[in-house]
Design a binder for this molecule. Structure first.
Ligand code: BYC
Length: 339
C-alpha cells in the first residue's frame, strides 16, 4: 500500500484503478458508518469507504505538508557547506536528511488516498500546490539555522503532535515518527543558540537579529485566525485537525516565552505580556497581508525555492529513468522464471 515513486508505473495492460467509489444505493449507509467511526474517534484506513471531500482534504493537507518538508530542506541545506564546525555540519546534514525522509513518509501516506506522487509533485512544480509560508524567507547567517531549529521546528511540533491523533491512519502513523525526529531538531537548534549566547557580543547580536526576523513568521505558520480559516471547521469535524490554528499559536507563544528567557533573547513584540485572567500571554497583531502575499508566491524566496525544486527534479530524471529500466528488467526476469 505504501508505494514508492520508483515502482513501475502501470503499463498499457493495467487498467487504471479508479478511486474507490461506493455504489450510490449503499452510499447513505456507508456515510453513516463513516460518521459513526469518526464520532467514536476511530481510525479510517485506506481500504475503508470515505467521502470524497474527506479524501480530497487529506490529499490537500498531506501533500502540502510533504512539499513543506522537502522545500524546508533548502534554507538549511544552504548552510551545510558553511557550518562552523564538523560537529555542527554532521548534525545539520542529519537534520536536512530527516526532513527529506519526512517528505517521503508523507507522500507515501498521501498516495494511499489514490493520488500519485508524480501528480503531487507536478502540482508543486507548477506553483498550484501550497507549502509552508515559512520556507520563503532567507537564512542570512548561522544563527538563522539555530533559530529555525528552535522556533520553526518548535512551531512544527506544536502543530504536528495533535496530527498523531488524526483520524486517517497512515497520516497519524507517519506523524508519530516525524514528531520524534522534529523534537530532536528543535533541541539541537536551541542548543546551538545556547552556545552562541555564551560567545562574543557579536554572536549574541546575531542570535537576537535572527529571532527578530523569524518570530512573527513563525506565529503566522499556524495559519490564518480561526475566524478566517475556511478549512478548519470541517477539518476538526473529521478529526483531521484536533486543535485550532489560534489555540496552537497560543500554546506556542506560552511555551516559547520561558525558553527565550533562559536563552537571554527578547521576543520582538512590545505587546507580549502575561495575562493573569486568561492564564496565557497576550501578543501583538500578526501582519496577515504579508502572510498572504508570501503564500500567494510573493515572498522573498518563493521563486528561488520553486526553481531549485524544479531543477532538482529535472536533474534527477536520468536516475529515475535508470531505476525504472532496472525495475522493468527485474520484473521481466521474474516473469520468465515463473513461466
Ligand atoms: N503556509 O483554512 P486553513 C515544517 C493555507 S513543515 C502556507 O487554516 P488548514 C518543517 C491553507 O493551506 C510545516 N499556506 O487551512 C519542515 C489553506 O489553503 P488551501 C508544514 C498556509 O489546512 C521542515 C489556506 O491557507 N506543516 O514545519 O485547515 C523543517 C487557509 O488555511 C499556511 C504542515 O503542513 C502556511 N503557514 O490549516 C522544519 C502541517 N497556513 O489549501 C519544519 C499540516 C494556512 O485551502 N497542515 N495555509 O488553498 C496543517 O496542520 C494545516 O494544513 C495548516 C492550515 C494548519 C497548515
Amino acid at each position: 500500500m505504501y508505494t514508492q515513486a520508483l515502482d513501475l508505473p502501470p503499463g498499457p495492460e493495467d487498467k487504471a484503478q479508479p478511486v474507490r467509489l461506493a455504489p450510490s444505493a449503499d452510499e447513505a449507509s456507508l456515510q453513516a458508518q463513516f460518521d459513526r467511526r469518526i464520532d467514536a474517534d476511530g481510525r479510517i484506513e485506506p481500504q475503508d469507504w470515505m467521502p470524497e471531500a474527506y479524501r480530497k482534504t487529506l490529499v490537500r493537507q498531506i501533500s502540502q505538508h510533504a512539499h513543506s518538508e522537502i522545500v524546508g530542506m533548502l534554507p538549511e541545506g544552504n548552510w551545510i557547506s558553511r557550518a562552523p564546525s564538523l560537529k555542527r555540519k554532521a548534525i545539520l546534514i542529519a537534520k536536512v536528511q530527516d526532513e527529506g525522509g519526512h517528505g517521503l513518509y508523507l507522500y507515501s501516506a498521501a498516495e494511499t488516498l489514490g493520488t500519485s506522487r508524480d501528480e503531487m509533485l507536478a502540482a508543486l512544480h507548477s506553483g498550484r500546490a501550497k507549502y509552508s509560508s515559512i520556507f520563503n524567507y532567507p537564512t542570512l547567517n548561522w544563527a538563522d539555522v539555530g533559530v529555525i531549529g528552535w522556533l520553526v521546528d518548535g512551531a512544527a511540533i506544536m502543530n504536528q503532535i495533535p496530527l498523531c491523533r488524526c483520524s486517517y491512519g497512515p497520516y497519524a502513523r507517519a506523524m508519530v515518527r516525524v514528531c520524534k525526529e522534529e523534537s530532536f531538531h528543535q533541541r539541537q537548534g536551541y542548543e546551538a543558540l545556547l552556545a552562541m549566547m555564551q560567545g562574543t557580543d557579536e554572536q549574541k547580536a546575531m542570535v537576537q537579529d535572527a529571532v527578530n526576523r523569524w518570530w512573527w513568521k513563525c506565529l503566522a505558520m499556524f495559519g490564518p485566525p480561526d475566524a478566517d480559516s475556511p478549512n478548519s471547521a470541517q477539518g476538526m469535524r473529521w478529526g483531521i485537525k484536533r486543535i485550532s490554528n489560534d489555540n496552537l499559536r497560543q500554546k506556542f507563544v506560552d511555551a516559547t516565552v520561558p525558553q527565550a528567557k533562559v536563552l537571554g533573547v527578547t521576543l520582538p513584540d512590545p505587546d507580549l505580556k502575561w495575562n493573569e485572567e486568561r492564564q496565557q500571554h497576550d501578543y501583538g497583531a500578526i501582519d496577515w497581508d504579508e502572510f498572504w502575499a508570501t503564500v500567494n508566491g510573493e515572498g522573498p524566496c518563493n521563486k528561488e525555492r520553486l526553481a531549485t525544486r524544479v531543477k532538482a527534479w529535472n536533474d534527477g530524471q536520468w536516475l529515475r529513468d535508470a531505476a525504472l529500466a532496472h525495475a522493468r528488467k527485474q520484473q521481466q526476469r521474474t516473469q520468465k522464471e515463473a513461466a
